[in-house]
Design a protein around this ligand. Structure first.
Ligand code: UP5
Ligand code: MG
Length: 194
């Protein structure tokens, strides 16, 4: 019988580790659905919803939006994409214990969690990439002050979530410092029968 619950992988790593870039390559190759929690929050901010100002201030400060908001956006986006028929790459989430608890409560029983893909990259390299992207991205958090705060939040709140999954042998770690294509070659085999 067909698996009715959608497969989900979380794609985690620091700011600029290449989450969005590698997800796009997985979409092109395997037709998976890529949902970036950051992109969904930026869309919600742009829509002028009641949460727009809160989201903007949190993003600029490199902090983490409460899970009630983010999980709802993810769930809506999954439903729009044809729930059970799809396989989802959830990029940049869960970033904290609050995110993980909110997700487990609302989504845990509805999905088939596969693994965390962890893009491991030094802060120096991530800084170089983000500051280069800052020249053209227009992202309000692509500046050195916000970036430092994003790194701190990543170490304090997100890394413990990766460690939590690692203890359960649910993390695939890839060295994300190589070229885009070299990183993808390491990632690809894990998604052939995802
Ligand atoms: N690049 C990528 N790979 C490269 C490689 N191998 N070699 C050389 N260059 C490479 O890549 C970044 C840049 O590096 C690009 O220019 C790329 O060409 C180049 P990208 O693929 O965009 O990296 P990514 O990891 O996606 O970086 P991003 O900046 O998106 O990561 P963040 O985690 O900081 O951003 P996100 O959008 O996920 O979140 C933004 C904010 O939203 C968070 O700080 C937080 O405030 C908020 N947020 C929440 O509150 N909750 C959530 O659940 C999610 C986000
Ligand atoms: Mg991204």
């Amino acid at each position: 019988m067909a698996e009715e619950k959608p497969a989900v992988a979380f794609i985690l790593g620091g700011p600029g580790s290449g989450k969005g870039t590698q997800c796009q390559k997985l979409v092109n190759q395997y037709g998976l659905v890529h949902l970036s929690a950051g992109d969904l929050l930026r869309e919600e901010r742009a829509s002028g919803s009641k949460d727009a100002e809160l989201i903007e201030s949190i993003i600029r400060e490199g902090k983490i939006v409460p899970s009630e908001i983010t999980v709802k956006l993810l769930k809506n986006a999954m439903e729009k994409n044809g729930w059970a028929k799809s396989k989802f790459l959830i990029d940049g989430f869960p970033r904290s214990q609050d995110n993980l608890d909110g997700w487990n409560q609302m989504m845990g029983h509805l999905i088939n969690f596969k693994f965390v893909l962890f893009l491991d990259c030094s802060e120096d390299i991530m800084t170089q990439r983000i500051m280069k992207r800052a020249e053209s991205s227009g992202r309000s958090d692509d500046n050195i002050e916000s970036l430092k705060k994003r790194f701190r939040t990543y170490i304090e709140s997100t890394k413990p979530i990766i460690d939590f999954y690692a203890k359960q042998n649910k993390v695939i770690t890839v060295n994300a410092e190589k070229s885009i294509d070299e990183v993808f070659e390491k990632i690809r085999p894990h998604f052939t029968d995802f």
